[in-house]
Design a protein around this ligand. Structure first.
Ligand code: NAI
Ligand code: MG
Length: 490
């Protein structure tokens, strides 16, 4: 019998889906955004602004206030005033009402938020619409429910708020990270000064507008905008009681050094290099979809991305063949198209970083694969990328790339894969694909990772804590653990 020819599907070619762009007519982006301090939108003290661009075409979307240490000081003062005069005196039930209101308003404006998130950050509309925005609303709903039940959440303790929380977030889940930070802080009775990442300030500023509409007392939430030095001014402000940071391990270390010797509380959620592990008894098709979801969707801009794949030797060829086949069907391009799988890389700098690592991988002698796909002419793009035949010591298996780049290794035994998977400075998350429950339980106790997904990947829920081991940081967000990070528990 003649061998059936393998047909490579290329949905980027002309027989793919017709374009299905999400409309932008319903949103309004102002030409200029100021900072939200003490319940008002205020101009930056130095009068300076910076551009925020759409990474899918590198066109300017708006101007954002360049916050300075002076603005941060103003915001911290507003937060302190709101804390001591209003927020710390309100009952939990009253605080909860406001937080519920914010949650409902996010739901009402979900479409607007998801379109702006995709325009400003480059992530696919499918992701911002189905993941970021609904989860952000869910976080506010979840923590709103705890606001009047703190004594029940922590029995035999006297939970009290900390004061002013300084919060700094990254660009990969801009609105969702703002929700992760603000919701538990408010439920616990703290006030907030938050800084979004410089490439994705818009949804945080839209959230500020929404918070104003919600009637939240002035100064309870303040949003300052700017770059790393604006973030540093928050960290170093003497009247900040708690620092919560999500971002790179490098900046996490700077923050830890900066607050050493102070009594500021701190949680750090940093980088990752997650192992996604496929055993021979796994449902292979489902696992391949899980790999794709884990590293290629959202451009690999996920701290818990499954960037290291470990495949048991006996199924290696099947997994790689199916994975390449699936990679050929991934649609790279316009984030606003509902069919797009891989949107724009968030910034030119991040694209340079990813391309640097792709070069390193090739120089290190790994086998390299990218499907042939047409990329848009303007904007920042990276096709799904696969490296096989990589070694434990190679830089693409050790260092965080933060892009759609997967490095594959093989293994024979359970002990071998545990040792290999744990051989990383990071420990944020991992994935296991197997038919055997006992194997899952064995693995989860031995993996040094804050989250271990079994037969799924990148699943989030406000009730379950998230956070890392080792250089992935400390402290947990989500669930009761995430609430306790904003409380004194005596
Ligand atoms: P970054 O860590 O520099 O930025 C994250 C946030 O911290 C931004 O709001 C930034 O303005 C602020 N920041 C920067 N320097 C600061 C300082 N000295 N003090 C206080 N705040 C400061 O991350 P960046 O440069 O955007 O990305 C670099 C790498 O970091 C990526 O390639 C990726 O590997 C990793 N990363 C990890 C994230 C995660 O979720 N764990 C998120 C974003 C980036
Ligand atoms: Mg932008």
């Amino acid at each position: 019998m003649a061998k059936k020819k393998q047909v490579e599907v290329d949905l980027n070619s002309d027989w793919g889906y017709s374009p299905a762009p999400e409309s932008k007519g319903h949103i309004k982006i102002k030409p200029q955004y100021d900072q939200f301090i003490g319940g008002k939108f205020v101009k930056p003290s130095n009068g300076k602004y910076f551009d925020t661009i759409n990474p899918a075409n590198n066109e300017k979307l708006s101007s954002i206030a360049l916050g300075s240490a002076k603005d941060v000081d103003k915001a911290v003062r507003a937060a302190r005033k709101a804390y001591s005069e209003v927020w710390s005196k309100l009952s939990g039930k009253e605080r909860g009402k406001y937080i519920f209101r914010i949650a409902r308003l996010i739901q009402e404006r979900a479409r607007e938020f998801s379109v702006i998130e995709s325009l400003d950050g480059g992530k696919t509309i499918r992701e911002s619409r189905d993941v970021d925005v609904p989860l952000a609303a869910n976080h506010f709903f979840y923590y709103a429910g705890w606001a009047d039940k703190l004594e029940y959440a922590f029995p035999n303790k006297k939970p009290t708020s900390l004061g002013v929380a300084g919060q700094i977030i990254p660009w990969n889940f801009p609105l969702l990270m703002a929700a992760w930070k603000i919701a538990p802080a408010l439920a616990a009775g703290n006030t907030v000064v938050l800084k979004p990442a410089e490439t994705t300030s818009l949804t945080a500023l839209k959230l500020a507008e929404l918070i104003k509409d919600s009637g939240l007392p002035d100064g309870v939430v303040n949003i300052v905008t700017g770059f790393g030095d604006t973030g540093a001014a928050i960290v170093n402000h003497p009247d900040v009681n708690k620092v919560a940071f999500t971002g790179s391990t490098g900046v996490g270390k700077i923050i830890q050094r900066a607050i050493a010797g102070t009594n500021k509380k701190c949680t750090l959620e940093l980088g990752g290099k997650a192992a996604n592990i496929i055993f021979e008894d796994a449902p292979i098709n489902q696992a391949v979809e899980g790999i794709v979801n884990g590293i290629y969707f959202n451009q690999g801009h996920v701290c818990c991305a499954g960037s290291r794949l470990f495949v048991q030797e006996s199924v290696y060829e099947e997994v790689i063949r199916k994975l390449k086949h699936r990679m050929n069907t991934l649609i790279v391009g316009d984030p606003m198209d509902k069919n797009t799988d891989i949107g724009a890389i968030n910034s030119k700098e991040q694209l340079d970083t990813i391309n640097k690592y792709i070069k390193i991988g090739q120089q290190e002698g790994a086998e390299f694969y990218q499907p042939a796909c047409k990329l848009p002419k303007k904007g920042n793009w990276c096709p799904p990328t696969l490296f096989t035949n990589v070694s434990q010591s190679s830089r693409i298996t050790q260092e965080e790339i933060f892009g759609p780049v997967l490095a594959v290794q093989t293994f024979r035994t359970v002990d071998e894969v545990i040792a290999k998977a744990n051989n990383t400075p990071y420990g944020l998350s991992a994935g296991i694909w197997t038919d055997k429950g006992s194997k899952i339980f064995n693995m989860t106790t031995k993996m040094r990772a804050g989250v271990v997904w079994a037969n799924t990947y990148n699943k989030f829920d406000p009730t379950s804590p998230f956070g890392g081991y080792k250089e992935s940081g400390f402290g947990r967000e989500g669930g009761l653990q995430g609430l306790s990070a904003y409380l004194n528990l005596n």
